[in-house]
Design a protein around this ligand. Sequence first.
Ligand SMILES: Cc1cc2nc3c(=O)[nH]c(=O)nc-3n(C[C@H](O)[C@H](O)[C@H](O)COP(=O)(O)OP(=O)(O)OC[C@H]3O[C@@H](n4cnc5c(N)ncnc54)[C@H](O)[C@@H]3O)c2cc1C
Length: 508
Amino acid sequence: MQSSTKTNIDHYHVVIVGMGPTGLVLANLLGLADLRILILDKFMEPYDLPRAVHLDDEIMRIFQVIGVANEMEKIFRPNLGMRFVDEKNNLLLDWPRSQEIGKNGWKPSYKFHQPDLERILYNRIRKLPGVDIKKGCEAIEAVSNANSVSLRVSDTKRDTIYNIESDFVVGCDGARSFVRNHMGIELEDFGFVEDWLVVDIVLKKERPDLGLFSIQFCGGEQPATYSPGTGHRLRWEFALKEGTCKEEALNPEYVWGLLSRWVNSDEADIERKAIYTFRSTLANDWVKGRFVLAGDSAHLTPPFMGQGMCIGLRDTSNLAWKLISILKSHTTLSFLNSYQIERRPHAKEYILTAIKLGKMLGELRSEASGEKRKPIHMKSLTPKIGKAFKIKEADFARNLSMQPMLSNGEYIDELIGYNFCLYIDEELAKDYKMDAIDIPIFRSNYDTSVKEYLKSLSTKAILVRPDKYVLGSANTLEELNNLLSFKFIRNLTDNMYGKEKLNQWGLK
Ligand SMILES: Cc1cc2nc3c(=O)[nH]c(=O)nc-3n(C[C@H](O)[C@H](O)[C@H](O)COP(=O)(O)OP(=O)(O)OC[C@H]3O[C@@H](n4cnc5c(N)ncnc54)[C@H](O)[C@@H]3O)c2cc1C
């Protein structure tokens, strides 16, 4: 793939270091807001070792905002769920995933092939006029100036070194983050460290008997994971036994030996294999001056919930509207602190739950008495984001909002885009100067789905943020006034985008 440089400027609003899924989604979110963005990666091609295969419906809403969800859905497969079984195949834990469209307007979870997802995100940023792309370019030095930052970049293709200025640098540069190291940021370590062998195979013939549920094989000598992907692609992961030599574990004979319980080399080809040390860490600071972290540079989780990338994409959706607000509406720099306050505890909850699941894999086993244990039923996490704003709040505040489907079959995020939005009861709206608010407003008489949504929350108004989290609610005029008084809401709205923008740019 070729690098593309659309404009020839040396000062950007934001330089994104790293073109993995986190950097690509952030570039899409910021590029659509007409900001001047540079995204760079030290490699020419995307990372091609087996990694993410699962994402959830919150992530589909982010893809919906940037106009790629339908394209993604065509190559995804709805996920049936995950089961933990013991050595005798007794069910120990069941995490079924519904096949119905849920409150987010999508099925709760999907399977995919990470390179496909990255390709769609990459093709999209190439269409955004404000986004410059540089491949084979490594950030090697960073300096903070009074009101900007400069990066020193080594262009390996041209064998040159040059400087780039920007208002912000976001390190989406993965586990060994250069930006994080430059910021001198320490990691909180939750102590989970295990070596696993990860193998992707492609079936040469159908094997429906293997099934479409992910299975965690607990206990025994070597805990393992089976994770069916899309098309003919299947994933197995094996905990490495202590003392196993990593080189030996990557040997095809060794790998086929492990796989032989399920599949053999006449039936499938090994596509990719890698050994990873699964870790569990969280950066202590996510923002330092004009440097920011997002994705794996800020957090690492063992992959047992299939959430590492999802956490990073939530970071981008939280971060982008704050950067837009600061860059285009002159909201104060300190507004960025809310990013860490909100995202860090949220990410931590996923990491700690993934560690629990990882430990269960090693520890859950059939009872010595031989009696079956009652399976645990697991539900998806729905943590609140941390509390960054002083606001009186109802139970549902700081949680993800729902995405109502309108009577004409259209989903409401399509109309809202990346913007604030107010759902309001007609009676309350009558007494308020609604013309003064320049954000999408859905009154209860607009559609029965809006009325039902407010009724389900027993509230008269809710304000939803661009990242689809509920900022707060109101039942009286005074509460509504307070809710809408946030300066950043008024500042931001001119610069956000929705369906019209995607249409105008031919991206829909
Ligand atoms: C076995 C396994 C299974 C997984 N399964 C799932 C799953 O099912 N679901 C899920 O959500 N997540 C999963 N994950 C996690 C997921 O793959 C990662 O969280 C995700 O890829 C991280 O994306 P990122 O963009 O933050 O970082 P990366 O994808 O690591 O991208 C970082 C980029 O930065 C570039 N870079 C680094 N330093 C520099 C520099 N100095 N200058 C320029 N460029 C630089 C790198 O070249 C790289 O392209 C899994 C991970 C593993 C290992």
